[in-house]
Each structure stands twice: as structure tokens, then as C-alpha cells.
Write a protein that binds this ligand. Structure first.
Ligand code: DC
Length: 218
């Protein structure tokens, strides 16, 4: 069974999905992290598309949810921190707009969720990747609120960025993610919209847990 949470950058979907998974004892899949690992490979290829496609085939991307965290690996090395830098954030939308990358990441996800109960977050999960998901949510929030959350995360990690830089990056990513031709960021018709601008973190987690819990048969 899979539950999906889509929404724009910084809407709180990753942290919410992670907390939901933790609370319900189910698996969590962070699809954005997989696009970020692909972006690391793109940067390694110095943005040369031919080299990038070769490296994408040769390199091994793997992941698991353990100790309350989604861990992403590139050739066995844990790159979960490295994929969160501004350098990766600045190129990830460009990489995620490449149709071959989307098929590659979608394939990884479909293989992973064959067994078990999953909550996954992304941009196009309810519309393109898992159109038959058991439950679909779409999280939204004001741009400033989203940027403030992302900034706090980056500052905690020691990244030297300003609120304006983060707002610009998020606004730009929203624009690219929503307007690309390959599976853009879009609310599925049957998704429940949750505006997190004025919800507390616990409230947003509870709203989702309350709907999933009755469907889980342990
Ligand atoms: O959730 P995130 O900010 O880590 O995602 C990084 C980028 O990956 C985001 O700008 C768009 C892309 N993405 C996507 O295109 N489709 C998904 N299902 C998830 C993420």
C-alpha cells in the first residue's frame, strides 16, 4: 500500500511524511532525495549530458529508511548530507526535468514499494508515478513560510545563506517544477489539499495519520 504526499518545495511534506512513517511504523520514501542523488552524478559529470547518462547507468543509487531518517547512497556511500547543499538545490530542477531521469527514478521507486506500507513524498507521485495510490495528499504553504523553514534547516547544517537566496531558489524551483513538460508538479484531482501555513507540525502529522491508520492491517 502506498500513500503519497505531493507539494512544492518547503511545504513541509518531507518532514511530515517522515514523522507519519515513524508514528505509524511504516516505510518512508523521499523521491526528491533520489533526484538529488542523480544531481550529484550530474555535477560529477560536470553537467555534460552524455557523460551524465553513462554515469547514471554505471553508478548505483540505493536507499532505506532507518533510525527516523531517509538515507540515500551512491555506490554504497551515504550521501544524505551532500544532497542537501545549495549547489545541488540549484541544479536539481534542471535534472528532474529530464524525461530519462524521471523514468530512471520512477523505476527505482516502483521496485522499492512492491512490498510493505509506504508513505512517499514528491511532486508528481499522485498524478504520474502512483496514480492508484491508496491516499493522496497535496501540501501547500506561503512562499515566505516555506523559505523560512528551509533556511532554518540549512543554517542548522552550517550553510551560509540568506532568506532572500532561499526564497529565490524555492520560487525558481516551483516555476521549473510546475512548468516542465515531463510530469510537472500538480495536485491530483483526488488528492486532499492541506495548507500548512498556519498549522503546527503536530497538527499536519495528525491529519494524515488519522486517515492512514484505519487502512493499515498489521
Ligand atoms: O523535495 P525536494 O526539494 O528534495 O526535491 C528536489 C527536487 O526534485 C525538486 O525541486 C523537484 C524534483 N522532484 C521532482 O521533480 N519530482 C518528485 N517526485 C520529487 C522531486
Amino acid at each position: 500500500m502506498i500513500v503519497v504526499i505531493d507539494g512544492p518545495a518547503g511545504s513541509g511534506k518531507s518532514s511530515t511524511a517522515r514523522a507519519v512513517a515513524e508514528h505509524l511504523g511504516i516505510q518512508y520514501l523521499d523521491s526528491g532525495a533520489l533526484y538529488r542523488v542523480a544531481t550529484l552524478i550530474y555535477l560529477k559529470a560536470e553537467k555534460n549530458k552524455i557523460t551524465f547518462f553513462e554515469l547514471l547507468k554505471e553508478n548505483k543509487i540505493s536507499f532505506h529508511f532507518k533510525d527516523k531518517k531517509f538515507h540515500a547512497f551512491l555506490n554504497g556511500t551515504n550521501v544524505s548530507e551532500e544532497i542537501r547543499t545549495m549547489e545541488v538545490s540549484q541544479s536539481v530542477s534542471e535534472v528532474a526535468a529530464i524525461p530519462e531521469v524521471r523514468s530512471f527514478v520512477n523505476d527505482l521507486m516502483h521496485k522499492a514499494v512492491k512490498q510493505d506500507v509506504y508513505v512517499a513524498d514528491g511532486r508528481d507521485l499522485g498524478t504520474a508515478v502512483f496514480p492508484n495510490a491508496t491516499l493522496k495528499f497535496f501540501m501547500v504553504a506561503d512562499l515566505r513560510k516555506r523559505a523560512e523553514r528551509r533556511l532554518a534547516e540549512l543554517l542548522r547544517k552550517g550553510d551560509e545563506v540568506t532568506l532572500e537566496e532561499v526564497m529565490d531558489n524555492i520560487a525558481q524551483r516551483d516555476e521549473t517544477d510546475s512548468n516542465r513538460s515531463a510530469d510537472p508538479l500538480k495536485k491530483a484531482d483526488d488528492a486532499v489539499e492541506i495548507d500548512t501555513s498556519s498549522l503546527s507540525f503536530n497538527e499536519q502529522v495528525s491529519i494524515i495519520c488519522d486517515q492512514i491508520e484505519p487502512l493499515i492491517t498489521k
